[in-house]
Write a protein that binds this ligand. Structure first.
Ligand SMILES: [Zn+2]
Length: 82
């Protein structure tokens, strides 16, 4: 019998459809029996779906913008005000 952590490691492979049919079935069975793993899976699935729609591309941009704002406020305030 596998542990939850073993399933969690395989969830991303499962979503990428890189597992064999037998492995997929093992994971599906486990998700039905194990609410904590099912919750992790749902979060992962949502993230993967967002990536597929290209929404994830906006995340690095947002991070970049925040970094720029941070630099402007902290390090480059003199430079920006000129
Ligand atoms: Zn589990």
């Amino acid at each position: 019998m596998k542990k939850c952590s073993d399933f969690c490691k395989k969830l991303s492979d499962y979503l990428d459809r890189e597992l064999s049919e037998a492995e997929c079935k093992l994971i599906e069975d486990h998700l039905r029996q194990c609410p904590p793993c099912a919750i992790i899976f749902q979060g992962l699935e949502r993230t993967v779906n967002l990536c597929g729609k290209g929404i994830s591309d906006e995340v690095p941009l947002a991070v970049k913008q925040r970094l720029i704002n941070f630099l402007r406020n902290r390090c480059c305030s003199d430079y920006v005000n000129k």
